[in-house]
Design a protein around this ligand. Structure first.
Ligand SMILES: [Zn+2]
Length: 1005
């Protein structure tokens, strides 16, 4: 590489930029010629940059400092050097060295990860700004909550003129996207040290806040793998099968449920600092894609001011880098901005500006030749200077792009900070004025909801989102608007419900009902979570980037009423900071009864009270004037004080009864649970682990390799959970694994080179082998001998493909498109313990099925017929109700054709009974517990296209097999901390594992 040539090119750009600056008065992006350069560091920047156009005048040198250490002090080489990937600890060490060396940097600890690693935020600004952090925070807090200045625009203008805005940058939430930490180390140095007017303006005018590593647990694992790779350069290296303790890529889908520590810590930092921007750094697309502007549809709940800000900053960013001659910088593209689940979206729905970069990376710090796909290097209207088809790409190139883009963004943001600060205020003000504008006025969660525990969980999510929650001091009445008549598209079909009221109605809510007021600064996030989503099947965007529906009230099975009547805001109410479901023992007696409303806390209680004898009532009953649902607990052998304490903690209401009700019961055991994962992917099951851990349900976590080696599974376990693998993994990948006929073993275990790999999860000498056919046989034997195997989505398809259950088939969807939506469900068999506590109508998360169909004939596929279905009478004489005849003989009436609903097995026909060795005996046929709602009631939230293919089909099926059961889910009941309402379907299966046939009408003898 010709270094001289490159330098000349870079300088030529400096000159051009300087000339532009003279023309329009902008500050040139060029170094201060009076400040000395760190020549050794700069020489390495040039050496590691693979093409002259992969850099810019902002980053092709490093200013020297006598007092402030460069990243080289900790890294041993410069940021972006080949072979260098620092652990989070090293990144922090450097940031703290900076803090010691200059008053322009201050480091804050912002919390811990699930595995106990620290997360930090680094503030970089002028000495004066760092000194005045608290005064500035007070100013920003007033802008963030315009109620504090009585929505006075003149007062806001004064604050806007004085305040220093905060631009918050977050790095490497996605662990294989490795470039950000070193880029951010160097960025912090530049912002603290560089005296060029361009950088000085940023430093003096804006506070840059940096969390260099968001997924700290995953970062350390990724560095381990990279170190292993460096030590075994000729071998294949293991893929990063675990990132954080629970999930991988989905850590960037948690900004709704806020179940992960990293989300909570970043959210608290963003909201606590009253930052204006949250800018999250990723790597995937060459070379720099600002996906913030993205594509339609935009999230319906954002302020349009924000949509304009995305455009303003994004296009300026592209423009600035275009002028530097850096190829492959673009915005727009195919990312829709619908789901608010991304980390950056914390800002979007808290009155800030969300931003995201995709840069190009090699998944490590090797310099590699990279070949692009045609769609990646094609010139398009929004990418006039596209990436090159084939390049040598280095981590330094990545760092050059990230830093250049961030610096131009920071500069542009700073130049326009009064506008952005004013917008920040305006967005907050418009949020507080929501009730009188687009509405609603509030959401109300009634005090008489039968699921107060789940209600409290939902309120906790809102509180984590910094939403204000209030509680009405007295009963109140609001007017609900008239609903428009819902004529279905086809015109004929009517909804199951009685006709919707066509005139306004009123509704009374009892005292103690929770009110989420919309006249508060963070009303938009509450509105976005509690409202319903509709993604039109006709939307021009045909490939939703993520989930299309998420309505939290529906997924939590909690009543939420959208109230547009602004009188609700006059109801006397108090702010609540710790909403708790009431719990504890009431009444006199020695038999304790707990009503079952499908609240997960019941399972927690069962496991906490290890020695108590707990039974479930198989029928509803009444006692002491109180009604108890089927499945209600009767608790004996327990000290009242212990029960009272546990029930209070868990928000479970217990009634002490004078005598046991005369109702059939069965024991509810604390089942021994095994939990299986594959080595292919652990993310989708990770959400299940997270939920079980939150609820205190113990389980043994093991891989498909391990379960295959346990000789007698029944001796150790009652229930085996096999949650979804993800990406519709089928028989070949799960059973056979990754081919072992070539290549080297891929270990996932702790070694001197990989001290962080295993963490608190699992390990293996070789990730490649799968469950194996022996493992399949073991699982089958487990079920045959009386165990319960629970599967969901792709593992349900897998279990059926492997022949674990008779009488169930899956169909391929033709036109159906259900992308992460909330669908209506119906309870089919309320006597099954799996359904205990559930209502007739429910909601569940579904992502394209699978579509189950039942049959009473073993080995027979679904209910498809050959030829046309003849429902009406055929052509002939007479009329519709005047029968046809057969000339020359007396007509006979055809026997009535037996009918079955879509979710049922078709009745066995006489012809099938002849030598019917395939006919499954009634007691062994699958039992449908829940089904999907009818087509017209299927969509609750999100996108449903071609929904008739899954409408009315089984959603949860209990298939007896040998002495045991396979319980198959088409829905995913445990997902992203958003589906609390369906958790109990899983928990009921676990607790009633040895009584699943209870209430079965054709129970085996
Ligand atoms: Zn990413």
């Amino acid at each position: 590489m010709n270094l001289m040539k490159r330098t000349t090119v870079a300088c030529a750009f400096c000159f051009v930029a300087a000339a532009v600056a003279l023309a329009d008065g902008e500050t040139a992006p060029a170094r201060d010629p009076k400040q000395p350069v760190d020549t050794a560091y700069t020489e390495r920047i040039h050496r590691y940059t693979t093409q002259p156009y992969f850099t810019s005048p902002l980053v092709d040198y490093l200013p020297a400092s006598k007092t402030v250490p460069t990243p080289q002090t900790v890294l041993g080489d410069i940021s972006g050097a080949p072979g260098i990937l620092p652990y989070a600890e090293d990144v922090y060490k450097y940031m703290r060295l900076l803090e010691k060396a200059t008053p322009r940097v201050k480091v804050f600890s912002i919390g811990k990860t699930e595995e106990g690693r620290e997360m930090i935020a680094v503030a970089v600004s002028s000495e004066e700004n760092i000194k005045n952090l608290e005064e500035n925070r007070a100013r920003l807090a007033k802008l963030a909550d315009p109620r504090t200045i009585k929505l006075d625009d003149a007062e806001a203008d004064k604050l806007v003129a004085q305040a220093v805005p905060i631009y918050y940058i977050t790095g490497t939430i996605h662990s294989p996207e490795t470039g950000a930490p070193t880029a951010l180390m160097e960025l912090a140095y530049r912002l603290a040290v560089d005296e060029s007017p361009y950088i000085k303006e940023i430093r003096d005018g804006t506070l840059t806040l940096i969390t260099p590593v968001v997924e700290v647990d995953g970062r350390d694992r990724m560095v381990d793998i990279y170190k292993w790779h460096l030590a075994h350069p000729k071998e294949f290296f293991p893929w990063l099968v675990y990132w954080g303790k629970y999930v991988a890529h989905d850590n960037n889908r948690d900004a709704m449920g806020v179940t992960l520590k990293l989300t909570e810590n970043v959210l608290n930092t963003y909201v606590g600092w009253k930052a204006q921007v949250l800018h999250d750094l990723h790597e995937s697309v060459p070379y720099l894609y600002d996906n913030t502007i993205g594509d339609e549809p935009y999230n319906a709940w954002i302020d349009p001011i924000l949509a304009d800000e995305w455009q303003i900053i994004g296009w300026n960013n592209v423009s600035a880098m275009t002028k530097f001659g850096m190829p492959g910088v673009f915005t727009h593209g195919d990312f829709d901005t619908w789901s608010p689940g991304y980390l950056m979206f914390i800002a979007a729905l808290h009155n800030g500006i969300s931003r995201l970069y995709e840069t190009f990376g090699n998944g490590g710090a090797d310099t590699e030749e990279r070949t692009l796909q045609p769609e990646d290097y094609a010139r398009t209207w929004y990418r006039q200077n596209p990436p090159l088809p084939k390049v040598l790409w280095s981590q330094r190139d990545n760092n050059n792009y990230e830093e250049t883009a961030l610096l131009t963004s920071l500069h542009f943001f700073n130049e326009n900070k009064r506008m952005f600060l004013k917008n920040f205020y305006l967005k907050a003000k418009r949020s507080t004025m929501k009730p009188g504008a687009e509405g609603p006025a509030a959401y109300v969660l009634p005090a008489d909801d039968p699921r107060l525990g789940l209600q409290a969980e939902l309120l906790q999510v809102l509180l984590k989102q910094a939403v204000e929650v209030s509680r009405a001091k007295a009963a109140f009445t609001v007017t609900l608007p008239a609903k428009k008549s819902k004529e279905s598209v086809k015109g004929k079909e009517k909804k199951e419900e009685k006709a919707e009221p066509s005139t306004p109605t009123t509704r009374e809510f009892p005292a103690g009902s929770y009110v989420i007021r919309m006249d508060q600064p963070y009303s938009r996030i509450a509105d976005a979570l509690l409202d319903h989503q509709y993604w039109s099947p006709d939307d021009p965007q045909k490939t939703p980037y993520d989930d299309t529906g998420w309505t939290f009230g529906e997924l939590f099975h909690v009543q939420v009423t959208r109230v547009t009547d602004t009188k609700v805001l006059d109801v006397p109410m108090d702010r609540v900071t710790e909403p708790r479901a009431p719990g504890g023992v009431k009444g006199d007696g020695t038999v304790f009864a707990i009503n079952n409303s499908a609240e997960p806390a019941l399972a927690t209680l069962r496991y906490r009270l290890k020695n108590a004898a707990i039974e479930a009532a198989e029928e509803p009953f009444e006692s002491g004037g109180k009604k108890f649902n089927r499945g209600s607990f009767l608790v004996r052998n327990v000290n009242r004080a212990d029960l009272d304490r546990t029930a209070s903690e868990l928000g479970v209401q217990v009634s002490a009864l004078g005598s046991a009700p005369s109702v059939k019961t069965h024991a509810v055991h604390a089942a021994r649970v095994a939990f299986i994962h594959t080595w292919l992917s652990t993310q989708t099951e990770g959400w299940w682990r997270l939920a079980l851990d939150r609820l205190g349900i113990p389980y043994d976590y093991m891989s498909t390799q391990t379960v295959a080696k346990i000789p007698d599974l029944n001796a150790k376990y009652d229930v085996i959970l096999f949650p979804p693998v993800g990406f519709n993994a089928g028989v070949n990948p799960v059973v056979n694994g990754i081919p072992t006929a070539w290549g080297n073993p891929l270990p996932w275990k702790n070694t001197p080179e990989t001290p962080n790999l295993v963490g608190k999860n699992d390990s293996t000498d070789d990730m490649r082998p799968g469950l194996g056919w022996e493992g399949v046989a073991r699982l089958q034997e487990f079920v045959q001998k009386g165990g319960v195997l629970l599967t969901a989505t792709d593992t349900s398809s897998l279990a059926l493909a492997l022949g674990f259950a008779d009488g169930i088939s899956t169909q391929n969807a033709n036109k159906m498109k259900i992308i992460g939506s909330v669908l209506g469900t119906r309870l089919v068999d309320d006597a099954s313990p799996i359904a205990y506590g559930y209502d007739e109508k429910g909601a569940a998360y579904c992502d394209n099925g699978p579509i189950f169909s039942l049959s009473s004939i073993a080995g027979q596929r679904g209910r498809r017929r050959l030829g046309p279905e003849i429902h009406a009478r055929p052509t002939g004489r007479g009329s519709m109700d005047d029968p046809d005849f057969n000339v020359g003989r007396i007509s006979v009436e055809a026997p009535e054709e037996p009918k079955a609903e879509t979710w049922e097995s078709p009745p066995v026909m006489n012809e099938q009974k002849r030598n019917g060795f395939r006919v499954i005996p009634a007691a062994l046929r699958p039992r449908v517990i829940f089904r999907y709602a009818d087509g017209k009631d299927l969509l609750i939230s999100g996108l449903v296209e071609g929904g008739d293919e899954i409408a009315q089909h089984p959603a949860v099926v209990d298939a007896p097999s040998g002495k045991g059961h396979v319980v198959l889910f088409s829905i995913n009941p445990v997902y992203r901390g958003e589906t609390w309402g369906t958790y109990s379907i899983v928990l009921n299966t676990i607790l009633n594992f040895d009584s699943l046939n209870a209430g079965r009408k054709d129970a085996p003898q």
